[in-house]
Design a protein around this ligand. Structure first.
Ligand code: ATP
Length: 305
């Protein structure tokens, strides 16, 4: 029996390896598939970033003909400022980041960075200028150190540690028995949603792009974790143009401007204080979420008691 067990167990390991490799390949093809229609225009020049100002000018877009998702969207994120987008699920918030990366092109209107239409510049230079903290970070089956260093291949260990410290994940890493060599991903340590998001923030800080897009995770964080992430977003947004696609309003109260997207249109815009004063959609969303946070805080207190 024992003689049979060893080869079977070995086969099990091989099976898991192959399954993981297939999953990685599938992910890669999904990404490539999304890019298939988008090509550089002949002689495309590299994007020249001066202030990092991002402009959506009367943008229309739909994934399928006859079903517009964005209907004439105009807004500006001035260089170095933070603009947050909020709105109900399906309003088109994440679509904005897909358009900025040119996974798709707009149907009408244009998106510019420092006055340059993103369809006219090389995709490599465009993607080099943009950093993304996605909703769900893909972790490779490798060490935690590798997973952070991936933000900028060739970064030194000192640089990796510096961004990990800034993203508040260094302590967690150093508490692991294998430290920076800890394996993560499908076959290693499973990270929580908050920890994964910190890895993504560290990656983005290492890349140090002039424009950062933060697509906040939809998954519920408890209010303590939520406050921590809020601090990390603020730190990452300092001195760079930042677009936050937000699900938790508490993370964006400091944004220079908040846009409320509904049905593919901006229905309200202003600072947190101005939108509360307006007493419209945003104010109602704020009241609802504040009650949720209170409930969460009560649960935290009960756990401590
Ligand atoms: P959430 O808050 O749930 O993340 P969202 O505001 O980010 O939602 P989007 O992901 O931008 O919404 O989607 C906007 C609309 O476009 C939705 O109706 C969605 O079903 C549709 N959509 C998104 N991706 C595709 C796609 N690849 N093909 C077709 N329709 C899509």
């Amino acid at each position: 029996m024992i003689q049979l067990y060893a080869p079977l167990s070995f086969l099990g390991v091989i099976y898991r390896e192959i399954r993981q490799a297939l999953t990685d390949i599938e992910r890669m093809f999904t990404i490539l598939e999304q890019h298939r229609d988008i090509a550089d225009v002949p002689g495309a020049k590299p994007l020249v970033v001066t202030h990092g100002s991002v402009c959506f000018e009367d943008v229309y877009f739909g994934y399928v003909p006859g079903h517009p998702v964005l209907k004439g969207l105009s807004f500006e994120v001035p260089g170095g400022e933070t603009v947050a987008i909020v709105g109900p699920s399906g309003a088109g918030k994440s679509t904005l980041s897909r358009l900025m990366f040119r996974f798709y092109d707009v149907d009408a209107g244009r998106i510019t960075i420092d006055g340059q239409d993103i369809r006219q510049v090389s995709q490599a230079s465009l993607r080099g200028a943009l950093g993304l903290v996605p909703q769900d970070t893909v972790l490779f089956n490798d060490t935690i150190g590798y997973n952070i260093a991936y933000g900028r291949p060739g970064a030194s260990q000192d640089e990796v540690e510096e961004v990990a410290r800034a993203a508040q994940i260094q302590g967690f890493i150093e508490r692991q028995p294998m430290g920076w060599q800890t394996q993560v991903g499908e076959r290693g340590l499973k990270l929580s949603g908050g920890e994964k998001q910190r890895v993504a923030i560290a990656r983005a800080l290492l890349k140090n792009p002039p424009v950062l897009i933060f697509d906040e995770a939809t998954s519920q964080l408890d209010s303590r974790n939520e406050r921590a992430i809020q601090g990390e977003i603020r730190m990452a947004a300092r001195n760079r143009t930042t677009l936050i696609i937000a699900h938790r309003l508490s993370t964006i109260v400091d944004a220079h401007q908040i846009l409320v997207l509904d049905g593919g249109r901006i229905v309200e815009r202003g600072t947190h204080a101005q939108l509360l004063e307006l007493d419209g959609v945003y104010a109602r969303m704020w009241a609802l979420q504040r009650d949720d946070v209170r409930l969460d805080d009560d649960l935290d207190l009960q756990r401590v008691a």
